[in-house]
Write a protein that binds this ligand. Structure first.
Ligand code: 7MF
Ligand code: ZN
Length: 881
């Protein structure tokens, strides 16, 4: 919490550090409220530094400084250094030889509600240092291009902190007087301080092992609170799957003898890849069939893999500065997506990732916080852990993969690891390696890293029957974003396939090469590609697999979309055709509502759904996605002025119509797939649960006694959380007579399981029932609600503001005022979470005038918050600019 005028940091100002740290010896005397830190730094002036000033500037915040000693015997006095709010400046240190600086300070973990640095989560002491948390532990050169070897000794009471963990290998331990003990950890790898971690507390652990490709035996441990020991098996198996996959697909082995994961209940985000000691949000570790849904199981495996993959893409090779964050995050997200695709269903995984990209990243890219994958300026680095850096960053890596092919990409990643192991590098270094290993020119492609905004591709086709050619003309245009008025054309891979009217493949014949599918390389503002030897006009399947993160504009009739939904061999485009068909039908209904007419549904949607349901499907999860309608958020993305009420009404009308007209099919399918397969997590069982619960959700809209009976029955007898939660959602989102009873029984049943209670909060907060706002207000007062727990905040406030457009955007502004109240309260407690909650208000320009004024007024009120944090200030001020 600081002044309301924070500094902007620019990429163009990057300079190498003036000093380097070779070795760090840390000694922690642990106490919940008064931990003592002794840090002994072996340092040297950086020979590459260009600055004349010799002062040593260390970053540090909220530290109780005790002493500063130079070379073990020279205790510095206040004449020798200057302490500011966020730094310690030592006026003179040796310039031509290495020196040792020993700093002693205190910190208060219990008072640390921002959950950055060393803090208390429940009864566990733990750390979060990325991006700039280490400076809240001790004074340091807190930047990722300063890499050092760490040795860490932890000292604490044996009963209060029986388990003492840090990075690397345990090299010594012993007992002390007063019931205390100590452990020393040594990490043999150089690392930046953001990868440092410490955990201490009353923890239990499950253990396993993994034999690497070269035959090394790695010990694996997952630490949790005792009552969670029975929920770790899935995370452990996931870890082993990820380790094997990285060996097979990237040729990368784990490098330490020990890999530890700790699950903590208070965590600002998903997880953290600290070297050898990952710290996870409990949400992404704990799973038991009766407490976690199938999606939770899949997500856990993905997050465990993500953090594991960071060991090579992030830890062994790290970022030079935080503008390069996508170097590790974009690449690692791409890796975890590919892993999840291999483990589950490629088609479903791609659709889910694109859905998230198009609803959330596209909104970010079109709003006041738009920035390139490699940002060029920030006030608060924590605000740049964004969907753009992560998800669009992964798309950029995926496009390189598409352009080079799997083999070429692997050559490039091998060269990247070979060139840069042990270094802190840039996004450019990554692209350079890809280029060099494949002898290609990616200079224009590099614009993807520098240019913000979502490009729009407009496609026109013209078939010439006498020449038997099809000309595809593609135009690219990227709208301006804050600070970037003019955009250059990008290098965009556009994957295309052609389909004959009978559903067979029409070969793509471009410049004499004949293939089933082609990757067109769009490099100009407008380009025409000509396909030859086409005896009949084919249907074009374009942007297959969503080959680039762009918006596609192409006139399509409902008939053409229905054709693609039946015949496209590309699983992504087949699903996309169904979504567009539904989207067009819903758009028609929205127009009806806005012009005051009765809603007239186009029956083609029913026919299309009927046809999908009449086919037999191997991948039932994919089948269930084909039966889903575009979300209200995605529909909102498509509108000039978002009309939340019309979107909701129109979409609900389609849901109800489908439920009525396909009632028999939904019922049959439900009964066919409704079996007890609790604890079975293969693709078949997961798919049956998905499709059955999709059917139940449709049928629930009918509000018929027999269906109410089914959902109640499923709720009462479910032995797995997927089925229980799905049934509860149907019961609670309507007029079911047992609604209140089921909600309170669910609470009673699960009150000891925090993660299940989060689901209970989120379900009620995202309900479309008319009394939802009052329910949310009441839940804020619930004894289980806690503003200091980020998972709870996301479950209640996050779900209401981000997953309930209808009620959040209530025309009287009560939703906005509520959110602003919570953000103001969170600003002092936890600025990172406060700033994330702001995202629901940043898109205010997308709404009607009345709502715009109400949202803007709340943003302005937030701006007047006393002691406004950098985090909240940056987002609120940029939103209003
Ligand atoms: C999967 O990236 C994908 C993304 C930073 C914290 C985890 O490993 C991380 C950390 C944020 C947002 C998303 C993710 C993470 C963070 C994440 C987790 C799993 N380095 Br902030
Ligand atoms: Zn990551």
């Amino acid at each position: 919490m600081r002044d309301a005028n924070p500094q902007t940091i620019y990429l163009k100002d990057y300079a190498v550090p003036d000093y380097l740290i070779h070795h760090v010896e840390l000694n922690f005397t642990l106490d919940d409220e008064n931990t003592r830190v002794v840090s002994r730094l072996t340092m040297i002036r950086n020979p590459a530094s260009q600055t004349g000033d010799a002062a040593l500037v260390l970053a540090g915040e909220n530290l109780g400084l005790i002493s500063v000693v130079l070379n073990d015997d020279n205790e510095l006095t206040e004449q020798d250094y200057l302490q500011t709010q966020d730094s310690l400046i030592i006026h003179e240190v040796p310039q031509h030889r290495s020196f040792v600086l020993t700093i002693e300070n205190t910190i208060n973990p219990k008072a640390n509600t921002a959950l950055e640095g060393l803090y208390l989560s429940g009864s566990m002491l733990c750390t979060q240092c990325e991006a700039e948390g280490f400076r809240k532990i001790t004074y340091f050169l807190d930047r990722p291009d300063v890499m050092a070897k760490f040795t860490t000794t932890l000292v604490g009471d044996k009963d209060r902190y029986p388990v003492l963990l840090s990075n690397g290998n345990k090299i010594a331990q012993g007992e002390l007087a007063d019931n205390r003990h100590w452990v020393t950890w040594e990490d043999p790898f150089n690392k930046p301080c953001y990868l440092f971690a410490l955990v201490a507390g009353q923890l239990d652990c499950i253990e396993d092992s993994f034999i690497t490709l070269s035959g090394r035996n790695i010990s694996l441990q997952i630490f949790v609170e005792k009552h969670d020991l029975d929920k770790c098996a899935h995370a452990m198996q996931s870890l082993k799957n990820a380790m094997r996959w990285d060996e097979q697909v990237y040729g990368r082995e784990y490098d330490l003898d020990l890999y530890m994961i700790v699950a903590v209940s208070h965590f600002n985000m998903g997880a953290m890849e600290n070297k050898g000691l990952n710290v996870f949000n409990t949400k992404f570790v704990l799973a038991r069939p009766d407490t976690a849904t199938d999606s939770d199981y899949e997500r856990i495996e993905g997050v465990i893999a993500h953090e594991y993959f960071h060991n090579w893409t992030g830890n062994r090779i790290t970022c030079r500065d935080w503008f390069q964050l996508s170097l590790k995050e974009g690449f690692t997200v791409f890796r975890d997506q590919e892993f999840t695709g291999d483990r589950t269903s490629k088609a479903v995984n791609r659709i889910e990732n694109v859905n998230m990209l198009r609803t959330r990243q596209f909104a970010e890219d079109a709003g006041p916080m738009a920035h390139p994958v490699r940002p060029d300026a920030y006030m608060e680095v924590n605000n740049f852990y964004t969907l753009t850096v992560y998800e669009k960053g992964a798309e950029v890596v995926r496009m390189i993969h598409t352009l080079l092919g799997a083999e070429g990409f692997r050559k490039g990643s091998d060269l990247y690891f070979e060139r840069h192991d042990g270094q802190a590098v840039t996004c450019d270094d990554f692209v350079n390696a890809m280029e060099a290993a494949n002898a290609v020119d990616l200079s224009q492609f590099r614009r993807w890293y520098a240019q913000a905004g979502t490009p729009v591709l407009t496609v026109q086709q013209s078939y010439n029957s006498s020449a038997q050619t099809l000309a595809l003309t593609i135009n690219q245009h990227c709208p301006p974003t804050p600070g970037q008025a003019v955009k250059e054309p990008l290098h965009i891979p556009v994957t295309v396939g052609l389909i004959n009217k009978d559903g067979s493949i029409a070969p793509c014949n471009v410049q004499g090469r004949k293939t089933d599918e082609i990757v067109l390389q769009l490099t100009q503002a407008e380009q025409t590609f000509t396909f030859t030897d086409l005896k009949q006009q084919p249907v074009v399947s374009i942007l297959r697999g969503f080959s680039a993160p762009v918006k596609l504009v192409m006139e399509r009739s409902l008939e053409e979309l229905a054709f693609l939904l039946s015949y496209d061999s590309d699983t992504f485009n087949r699903w996309e055709a169904g979504q567009q068909l539904a989207g067009q039908v819903i758009a028609g209904l929205i127009a009806d509502i806005q012009s005051g007419q009765a809603m007239q549904i186009n029956p083609m949607i029913v026919t299309a759904f009927k046809q999908v349901m009449a086919q037999s499907w191997d991948d039932l999860s994919y089948f269930s996605l084909l039966l889903g309608l575009p979300s209200e958020t995605y529909l909102a993305e498509q509108m000039q002025v978002v009309d939340v009420v019309a979107i909701h009404k129109a979409r609900e009308f389609v849901v109800l119509t489908l439920a009525q007209q396909l009632q028999t099919q939904f019922k049959t399918l439900y009964l066919e797939c409704h079996k007890d397969e609790s604890g079975v997590f293969d693709a078949g069982a997961i798919g049956r649960r998905r499709i059955k619960n999709m059917c139940l959700a449709y049928l629930g809209r009918l509000e018929q006694p027999d269906i109410q009976q089914w959902s109640q029955q499923q709720f009462d007898t479910a032995k797995n959380m997927t089925d229980q939660m799905a049934a509860l959602a149907v019961v609670a989102n309507g007029t079911h007579p047992a609604k209140q009873e089921c909600l309170s029984r669910f609470y009673q049943q699960w009150q000891a399981e925090a993660l299940v209670i989060d689901k209970w909060f989120a379900l009620q907060a995202s309900s479309h029932n008319p009394d939802t706002f009052e329910t949310v207000q009441a839940l804020m007062q619930h004894p289980a609600f806690d503003l200091k727990n980020p998972n709870r905040v996301r479950a209640l406030i996050g779900a209401f503001s981000q997953a309930n457009p209808l009620h959040f955007h209530a025309a009287n502004g009560q939703g906005y005022q509520f959110l602003a109240d919570q953000i103001i309260a969170l600003n002092t407690l936890n600025p990172q979470v406060a700033s994330r909650m702001l995202s629901a208000l940043t898109s205010w320009r997308r709404y009607d005038e009345g709502r715009q004024a109400l949202m803007k007024a709340q943003l302005e009120r937030i701006m007047t918050t006393d002691a406004i944090s950098k985090d909240v200030y940056e987002v609120a001020s940029k939103s209003l600019a």
